[in-house]
Design a protein around this ligand. Structure first.
Ligand code: PLP
Length: 440
């Protein structure tokens, strides 16, 4: 009997006792390959000596200093590292404890920005269906994952509405060109602005590559530029949630670098600290900071653990290792290999409808029928069976169930650490192939 409230009360997960690289060791002696870095968190793998040394040094000198009274060297250095060169016009960083808090902060800052510049009527947000922005009430209101929203629907804010995601596998008509598909999605966003009232919209929120809810779904070329154009036309902000797809996972430090747009506010977490400490943050454009400076002079939001010294020290070390070891080059090279191996193994598989993703962020979608793209009955809980079969073969991967309305089949998301070798990528795909065949 466990006194810890786990995600499920019936299935207590096995106990992890140590970890190194891609391997997590269990109390019963088994070794598990961490093929998804947990939930796309462990970008450096486990037990990296430089991060552990940085953590130890910070804990021995200054584990914590309350942000209401003090700033600290690791927090300042992390902000310098992330926005010192003002990438995309982002000039300031604000550090919280995770991805949901990052989304809450972004939503509140967007609202405050418009109050500061006298556009107090702007309090509406447009997000996308089949998106995930976190589990706190503001972030859940933004999110379009109906399963996660259902129970809390009466508590969610009606300041948020949703448009279609960019999901070519199911959204693009067979006879439709990519450009036409993008134009249709832009027209839908424009129509939503008009429905809500264009001067009432504060921001459009989206994940550049959709993680948990769609499984590494990339947008068609030109999509984000088209969305940015709609936002610009109506004076609304663009908020990009890179909590899962960012900090190098897709082969560039920020996923938006590959989309030809920069956000006004960017949300980051997971790969920022690589799981060594809980940390998230937002990166903020200079024009928002300028508005606050000229106005109230403060961001009207805060938490006890803002810019936590030990969390910032861990994230700083993670980011230094990624740069020093040129790990983004490995993400790109291993991403090509992962894509190649997945297509070789599943390209002609009767029950894999789509292989998708970018860098070390890829997924397979399972379907009962490839031609009609009909998902398996969600009641079969195929994703859970794949997870169990993979685990029995020594691998942890991140599966997600299909939707009852058939708008998505079960999928499995792979997000290996950036240090993964070719042999490890091959082994991951081999085990996934066996697990899928055993589960169906
Ligand atoms: N945003 C995205 C895109 C995510 O994938 C997640 C978590 O999976 C979150 C926000 C929430 O982050 P957290 O679980 O750290 O609160």
């Amino acid at each position: 009997m466990s006194h810890l409230l786990h995600r499920g009360l019936r299935d207590i997960p096995p106990q992890a006792v140590s970890a190194e690289g891609l391997i997590v060791r269990l109390a019963d002696g088994r070794e598990i390959i961490d093929a998804s870095g947990g939930a796309a968190v462990s970008c450096l793998g486990h037990g990296h000596p430089r991060v552990i040394a940085a953590l130890r040094a910070q804990v021995e000198t200054l584990p914590f200093a309350y942000n209401g009274f003090f700033t600290t060297a690791p927090a300042e250095a992390l902000a310098d590292r992330l926005v010192g060169a003002a990438p995309g016009g982002l000039t300031h960083a604000y550090f919280v404890s995770g991805g949901s808090e990052a989304n809450e902060a972004a939503i509140k800052l967007a609202r405050q920005y418009f109050v500061e510049i006298g556009q107090t009527q702007r309090h509406r947000f447009i997000a996308r269906r089949q998106s995930y922005h976190g589990n706190t009430l503001g972030a859940l209101s933004a999110g379009g994952n109906m399963a996660r929203r259902a129970l809390y629907q009466p508590l969610l804010s009606d300041a948020f509405s949703h448009v279609s995601p960019a999901f070519a596998y199911r959204g693009q008509e067979p006879a439709q060109s990519e450009a036409d598909y993008v134009a249709r999605l832009a027209a839908e966003l424009e129509a939503e602005f008009q429905r809500v009232g264009p001067d009432r919209v504060a921001a459009f929120i989206a994940e550049p590559v959709v993680g948990a809810t769609l499984g590494a779904a990339t947008a068609p070329a030109g999509y984000f530029q088209a969305m940015r154009a709609v936002c610009d036309r109506h004076g609304a902000l663009l908020l990009l949630d890179e909590v899962m797809c960012g900090m190098g996972r897709t082969g560039t430090l920020h996923a938006w670098e590959q989309e030809g747009v920069a956000p006004d506010i960017q949300m980051i977490a997971k790969g920022l600290g690589g799981g060594y400490q809980p940390i998230g943050g937002i990166l903020i454009s200079g024009r928002i900071i300028a508005a606050l400076e000229a106005g109230s002079g403060a961001f009207a939001h805060g938490h006890t653990y803002l810019a936590h010294a030990t969390a910032c020290a861990a994230a700083l070390a993670v980011q230094q290792v990624i740069a020093d070891d040129d790990l983004l080059a490995n993400v790109r090279a291993m991403g090509i290999r992962l894509d190649d191996r997945l297509r070789a193994r599943f390209g002609n598989h009767a029950h894999i409808g789509d292989v998708r993703g970018r860098g070390l962020f890829q997924a397979i979608e399972l379907v009962a029928d490839r031609d009609t793209k009909t998902p398996f009955d969600p009641g079969l809980r195929l994703h859970e069976r794949i997870k169990a079969e993979a685990f029995a073969r020594g691998m942890a991967c991140y599966p997600m169930g299909g939707t009852i309305d058939g708008r998505r089949g079960d999928h499995v998301l792979l997000a290996p650490p950036y240090i993964a070798t070719g042999a490890e990528i091959d082994r991951i795909v081999e085990i996934l192939g066996e697990a899928v065949d055993a589960a169906i």
